[in-house]
Design a protein around this ligand. Structure first.
Ligand SMILES: [Zn+2]
Length: 121
C-alpha cells in the first residue's frame, strides 16, 4: 500500500521530534515539536507556529470544522497526530521550574537547550 509506505517514512522523520513534557505530581503536560532550528509548543489542537495562526484566523471556524482535519493542521500538529498514532512520543518528566525554563527558552530563543540536554540522557 502506497499510503502506508508514506506513513512509515513520515514516522521515521518525526521520530524523537515530539516530546511530551509532563509536570511531576500533576496532570499538566505539554508537547514540544523539537525542530532543527526551532521548537514549537503543541497540544492536540494548538501549535505555536505562525502557520497555525494564519490558518485559524484566515478561515471561518465553522468551515474549518467540516473539512478534513488533516488539511487544516500545520505540519507540527500532523506530526503530533502521527507520533501519537505510532507511539513515537518521547516522554520526560520535569519539575515546575524546569518546565518554565524550557518554555522561556522556546519563547525567547526559539529552541530549548535544556530540553535537548534532557532528551540526550
Ligand atoms: Zn505548527
Amino acid at each position: 500500500m502506497k499510503s502506508s509506505t508514506v506513513k512509515a517514512k513520515e514516522a521515521a522523520l518525526i521520530e524523537n521530534r515530539i516530546i511530551k513534557i509532563s509536570l511531576v505530581n500533576s496532570l499538566l503536560a505539554i508537547y514540544v515539536f523539537m525542530g532543527k532550528d526551532k521548537d514549537y509548543i503543541l497540544s492536540e489542537n494548538y501549535c505555536s507556529c505562525p502557520h497555525f495562526y494564519y490558518r485559524i484566523f484566515r478561515k471561518n471556524f465553522v468551515v474549518e470544522k467540516r473539512v478534513n482535519a488533516g488539511s487544516t493542521k500545520c505540519y507540527h500538529l500532523q506530526a503530533l497526530e502521527l507520533a501519537l498514532e505510532k507511539d513515537k512520543v518521547r516522554s520526560i518528566y520535569v519539575d515546575l521550574v524546569t518546565m518554565k525554563e524550557i518554555l522561556l527558552e522556546i519563547y525567547s530563543m526559539d529552541k530549548s537547550f535544556i530540553l535537548r540536554k534532557l532528551v540526550m540522557r
